[in-house]
Design a binder for this molecule. Structure first.
Ligand SMILES: Cc1cc2nc3c(=O)[nH]c(=O)nc-3n(C[C@H](O)[C@H](O)[C@H](O)COP(=O)(O)OP(=O)(O)OC[C@H]3O[C@@H](n4cnc5c(N)ncnc54)[C@H](O)[C@@H]3O)c2cc1C
Length: 405
């Protein structure tokens, strides 16, 4: 008799796993148990309602480098199912994807409803049973069967796949099963400035900033930076928030952000300023345009140093040059708190990957128990990589189960 499969969680990972298993083995009885009364709710709000399904980066090694938690485990997983497989998979279901210039891929409809419909229609076609308002509260294994508690209801299955994302209830279940998990902390967020002196500049962005955190100096991120009305955002800040999610949480979101506004090299910028002193002594420093920054930002930085508007290069002196270099290459801001990046956010933390067989996503030391998606200690930079981890893991489970039975 075909083994029964319970998938816990009706989100991206739960659905992709259920559908792929059913596509390969039509006689597996599969049930998806969802705690809430809504399916795929994160899919629907993802990517600002457009669902950034995947990314154009397809080389498994390069792809794995986009996962601050998981990079050292994911290359073989992406070797089995990478972003091009995702594109093909959706195209085979009639969902065409398009790429944007930064590599993010969306359905051509620009609507996450397309992905939702694709999953719901496939689940129906494949006979997958879906049960809403079933919150798993406990599970235990006895004589070849998993026993599942859903508050008052109880169920019995051969195989259980956990795809719940992270929450306190699930962490307690893992604890009871002795499955090690890292505590969840937010990843992918923007920084709030304490006394936001650059608030009048909100909306201004630079394309080539270097950002780092004085208290956690090991990581410098490069890329666009956006001044917002509450602080700082943009790809460079989001990357920093992701790579240092755990360390920033440990600082209680209080730290000093250091900004090099245009990837300036200190030495060459210093020479550039000294040549202004030598060659243009009577020109006003304020009118200098060698900085390649938006003019309003340059004026703000210049004025923040307390120089008189008419000061010229011959008057600025060594101290003045040093101050200019400092404000351009190491502008420091006190950060206090974070804000949600509405397009995409995830939790770092979850089941430790060394307790999972990554060639099947089976949890070690437990028979017929698997985990996939955000419940695992895998999270990525923004760009469709978080969904990709869910698709790849789900696919690997489906391959493993279809080979097994
Ligand atoms: C606003 C937002 C936008 C995002 N945009 C993108 C994007 O564009 N691209 C991208 O790659 N990633 C994006 N992400 C991240 C992406 O949504 C997640 O990585 C992905 O949804 C994880 O899928 P999952 O199935 O593991 O978890 P989830 O999508 O969280 O699904 C888990 C499901 O399990 C259910 N559940 C929880 N506990 C239980 C229980 N005890 N019993 C039964 N059911 C339970 C939950 O109700 C939920 O429905 C976004 C996230 C957010 C919050």
């Amino acid at each position: 008799m075909a083994k029964s499969i319970a998938i816990i969680g009706g989100g991206a990972a739960g659905f992709f796993t259920a559908i792929n298993i059913a596509m390969k083995n039509s006689n597996y009885p599969i049930t998806v148990f969802e705690a809430s009364n809504k399916l795929l709710s994160k899919v629907l709000i993802s990517g600002g309602g457009r669902c950034n399904v995947t990314n154009t980066i397809s080389d498994p090694k390069l792809l794995a480098n986009h996962y601050p938690r998981g990079f050292d485990y994911l290359e073989p997983v992406f070797n089995q199912f990478t972003t091009t497989d995702t594109q093909n998979w959706f195209e085979n279901q009639g969902v065409l994807l398009k790429a944007e210039s930064d590599g993010r891929m969306f359905p051509i409809s620009d609507s996450s409803q397309t992905i939702y419909n694709c999953f719901l229609q496939n689940a129906k076609k494949l006979g997958i049973d879906i049960k809403l308002k079933y919150r798993l509260t406990d599970l235990f294994f006895d004589q070849d069967k998993w026993y599942l508690d859903f508050k008052s209801k109880k169920e019995k299955f051969d195989i259980v796949i956990l795809a719940t994302g992270i929450n306190t209830g699930v962490l307690n279940i893992l604890k009871n099963l002795d499955i090690p998990a890292a505590a969840p902390v937010p990843s992918l967020f923007t920084f709030n400035s304490k006394n936001h002196e650059q608030k009048p500049l909100s909306g201004i962005s630079v394309s080539n900033a270097l950002v780092s955190i004085n208290q956690i100096p090991e990581r410098i991120e490069k890329g666009p930076l956006l001044i917002t009305h509450w602080g700082y955002s943009g790809p460079s800040v989001l990357k920093l928030s992701s790579w240092l999610a755990i360390e920033i949480a440990a600082c209680n979101y209080e730290f000093t952000l250091s900004i090099n506004w245009n990837n300036y090299n200190y030495e060459s910028l210093s020479n550039q300023l000294l040549s202004c002193v030598a060659n243009n002594p009577k020109q006003k420093v304020k009118n200098w345009d060698g900085h390649n920054l938006p003019k309003r930002l340059w004026l703000d930085l210049f004025e923040s140093l307390g120089f008189k508007a008419y000061v010229n290069w011959s008057e600025i002196g060594k101290k003045g040059i040093k101050k200019l270099l400092s404000v351009l290459t190491k502008y420091e801001v006190n950060i206090s708190g974070k804000s949600t990046y509405k397009e995409e956010f995830v939790s770092a933390g979850g089941i430790e990957l060394n307790s999972v067989n990554m060639d099947s996503f089976r949890i070690k030391n437990h028979q017929n128990l698997y985990a996939v998606g955000e419940l695992l200690n895998i999270d990525a930079l923004t760009g469709g990589f978080n969904f990709q981890a869910a698709w790849s893991g789900s696919y690997v489970i489906s391959e493993h189960l279809s080979n097994k039975i």
